[in-house]
Ligand binder design. Structure first.
Ligand code: VGL
Ligand code: ZN
Length: 193
């Protein structure tokens, strides 16, 4: 059992908790609503510790290359400025949260929150050494964000009670992959309040 104390040089990265990824949205992740209360608990702990809080959002132009209207794998989702692209209303993001928009180039897919964004420089500027990743979808944007965080040298933790995937079996494989790459799995009970 791990015991972790969150400090000011830690960062919580909440990945893509947007309406379109929730039930009823354009690209729903089954049961994604169930992780919102837990994410809110993490938000409170990190906020109380003056840690860095980042919320990434998928922020596509209307003709994004990943949309099936352009031969991509996904239905149109998270279109810039749309209701579907907004964070879910039950997510309690503090005013200090830094919003990072990704996959904004219409001709390029980007699953990672670090891909062509300011995320790395934001974390470096704040002296962040450890990141804690939660959100959706485990096999896509959570995975890519965690892998990039590890490549960039951040000690990377996956908050396993606050992630959801599209496919359960594939999500399980990805968790094994992330652990094999050196990330650490944690849940809320592992954090010292
Ligand atoms: C995502 C599919 C398409 C994600 C984004 O946030 O995991 N998945 N765009
Ligand atoms: Zn997308």
């Amino acid at each position: 059992m791990a015991i972790v104390k969150i400090r000011a040089i830690d960062a919580l990265i909440v990945v893509d908790m947007q309406n379109d990824f929730m039930p009823g949205g354009a690209l729903p992740v089954e049961n994604a609503l169930t992780i919102i209360p837990t994410i809110n608990e993490y938000l409170k702990i990190f906020n109380d510790s003056a840690a860095v809080i980042v919320a990434t959002r998928d922020w596509h132009p209307p003709n994004h290359i990943s949309f099936n209207t352009r031969g991509g794998p996904w239905p149109p989702h998270c279109i810039q400025g749309s209701k579907g692209a907004e964070f879910h209303p039950l997510l309690k993001l503090p005013s200090s949260a830094i919003v990072v928009s990704k996959a904004i180039d219409e001709n390029r897919e980007a699953y990672s929150g670090f891909d062509s964004t300011e995320l790395e420089s934001v974390l470096r500027r704040r002296g962040v050494k450890r990141v804690f990743v939660c959100g959706v979808a485990t096999e896509y944007c959570v995975r890519a964000t965690a892998i990039d965080a590890m490549k960039l040298g951040f000690q990377t933790h996956i908050l396993i009670d606050a992630i959801k995937g599209i496919d359960r079996v594939r999500s399980e494989e990805v968790m094994n992959e992330l652990l094999n790459c050196g990330s650490i799995a944690l849940e809320i009970k592992d954090l010292r309040r």
